[in-house]
Design a protein around this ligand. Sequence first.
Ligand code: EPZ
Length: 417
Amino acid sequence: MRAYQIVGGNRLAGTVTAHGAKNAVLPILSAAVLCRRSVIENCPTLSDVAVSCHILRHLGIAVDRQQSTLTLTRIDEGCRDIPVEWMRAMRSSILFLGGMLARCGLVTLSRPGGCSLGGRPIDLHLLAMRQMGAVIEEEGDTLRCTAPHGLHGAAVQLPYPSVGATENLLIAAAGTPGETAITGAAREPEITDLIAYLQGCGARIETDTDGVLLVQGRRELTGCRHTVLPDRIEAATYLAAAAMTGGEITVFARPEHLAAPLAALRRAGCRITADAESVSLTAPARLLGMGSIVTLPYPGFPTDLQAVFMAMAAGAHGFTSLTETVFEHRFAHVEELRRMGADITAAGRTAVVSGVPRLQGASLACPDLRAGAALVLAALAAEGQSTVTDVSHIERGYAGFVPTLAGLGAAITPVEV
Ligand code: EPZ
């Protein structure tokens, strides 16, 4: 099994450029099933992207990768079911549902896999497709989906701003002639990036004065050249790594997408300056507790940074309380951080962290992607040596994680254990 060996205590300093965002590129790749030819630039090298490319090839799209540019060309009709092993490989495989229903009017697939963060139902995705005319038969994990008369435009109200359900709906609506109105849509920057891609491909999408998304779809989308936006979660992870090691860093990303995490870093005592395309951080000698952090849909504090900021709080002077409202179970890192000496009391969806002067190195296992990144950061800040196993979770979401950290001065080495 692959693992990272880490010797803590080095101060991280330097400059990092965030890669294209995983959570933006995956829906864009799913939407590409509707298009004749697309060129996607700034595409990160991640295992989830590789799974999407396998699915695209299976669905009749030729995929050519040159460095970080993917060229996607439709070569056949590709109206095929999606094999269960690719559905189980990641959560985002469910985003092919909307595009395949719009393009082919039928697809059979299974419930998706992905990080284990609690129940993760897909009821909102299915509700949205049904309102657009899909008939979905559920048999165990298998979903037989058809649109006997084709999908049609609809007025869909999402009871919760689910990122994935909004994306599936946008993709289905963009490939369906007529108007679809989406009330209660998610507003994450990755949604805005998907909208920009779909607009480039020929769909008309606007937001009315009440925040309702209005989509005028077309049966045939052309495709376009699109540059994926920088990954805000990756950017904030490296800012946190520098903050936790008393370091100094400049990260090229979009600070406008980082308002909530930057506010927490300021409360921790970091000095932060930003321009339109970069953020610079200088850490204090010791971080301070950050008070209350509550994860919420964008523009609230991102759930994807809750684990990383808990690791930061574990070594800060004072208290931080972190409340997870987005996912049912996203505290798997608490037990691992405790093994490093962290003082954390978790009850229900809230964890209260009382910072200790120094975490201690330990043998740690990544429970999921962001928790894994948090454990690596904790190990970099800790005294002594740590081994972090199950790192394939991390490599699903952070391109070049080890070389980037090593480039900032971290003592981190990939090993086989
Ligand atoms: C996306 O997941 C991201 N994944 C997640 O990133 C991110 O944590 C999450 O949005 C929230 O920001 C990708 O973009 C690929 P949701 P998604 O649908 O779409 C419930 C990471 O580490 N819900 O907004 O799955 C759900 O159970 C990952 O990069 C339903 O109840 O998130 C959860 O509690 C992990 N029914 C909440 O909504 C549904 O049909 C938010 O889920 C759908 C969701």
